[in-house]
Design a binder for this molecule. Structure first.
Ligand code: NAP
Length: 247
């Protein structure tokens, strides 16, 4: 029976874990980084914590007799993805990436695409004075030097990096409604939103709110997936791909 290592930390990975635990023919272990204090746990066996780079991951896969790897981590979790691809190649283990589709700009949106968080910070001062940062708690230090702006920072757990001097932190976990997001933007008089192009429905309401209020969005683009690795957009595609390994 093929044993699947499911690298997680996303809604898709939890949905996939739930589907696979109901499918005959697989054993499954989900892996979480352990960053969030009170993580949403997937169904079935779970291990938590880093592996110690690609070599540590390859060793762990060997010790736990992993036959297949599914990388369903967040589209911006580039290090674990790179490590997973290296480890899978080293062990000649098949690997699939699950990547939810990107958000797509509509004609009513004003998006300013940037390559990364430092580029977002460089762009911001020309665009607004009161920014809503929804980039994850680890990335907010890229904005710490912007003393002329005010920031509303939203994260699941408190950021433990340098923050901009003028900032308010709110701790909230999605999903959020459009009404909630519009109220938040209004309450804090937000004139620019900063986000990564994570895709998915859980946190998309902020984009609809920005559109409704005419607030521009500094949108950090994704990096392309590693060359040569099959990619699917969601749970159904992942299950179909996994079935060829005997499930
Ligand atoms: P990252 O920069 O790609 O990874 C940093 C290190 O964290 C990795 O080298 C690995 O440590 C460990 N790690 C990451 N994901 C892991 C997993 N699923 N299982 C075991 N170890 C893992 O990742 P990140 O951006 O910090 O994200 C951490 C986790 O949060 C990911 O699992 C991701 O799905 C989730 N997440 C990330 C974001 C985001 O915006 N980046 C948003 C929502 C959720 P070792 O090298 O020691 O193995």
């Amino acid at each position: 029976m093929p044993k699947v290592l499911l690298l997680g930390g996303t809604g898709e990975s939890r949905a996939l874990a739930e589907r696979l635990t109901g499918e005959p023919g697989f054993t499954l272990v989900s892996s979480l980084a352990g960053r969030v204090r009170d993580p949403l746990l997937p169904t079935g066996e779970v291990r938590i914590g880093g592996f110690g780079g690609s070599a540590g991951l390859a060793e762990w896969m060997h010790a736990h007799r992993i036959d297949v790897v599914v990388d369903a981590t967040h589209p911006f979790a580039d290090r674990i993805t790179a490590n997973a691809v290296l480890a899978a190649r080293a062990r000649k283990t098949p690997i699939l990436m699950v990547r939810r589709p990107e958000w797509v700009r509509t004609d009513a949106d004003r998006w300013i695409p940037v390559d990364d968080l430092p580029a977002a910070a460089d762009t911001l001062p020309g665009i607004g004075n009161r920014a809503f940062l929804t980039v994850g708690r680890q990335g907010v230090d890229a904005f710490a030097h912007l003393t002329s702006m005010w920031f509303l920072i939203r994260a699941i757990d408190p950021p433990e990096v340098a923050l901009p001097t003028a900032a308010t932190v709110i701790l909230e976990r999605g999903p959020f409604t459009v009404e909630h997001e519009i109220a938040l933007l209004r309450e804090h008089r937000i004139d620019v939103l900063v986000t990564k192009n994570s895709g998915g429905t859980l946190t998309a309401a902020k984009l609809a709110a920005a559109r409704a209020l005419g607030v521009p969005v500094v949108m950090v683009s994704r990096k392309p997936p590693p060359a040569g690795v099959p990619v699917c957009g969601g749970v159904d595609g992942a299950v179909a791909w996994l079935r060829r390994f005997g499930g």
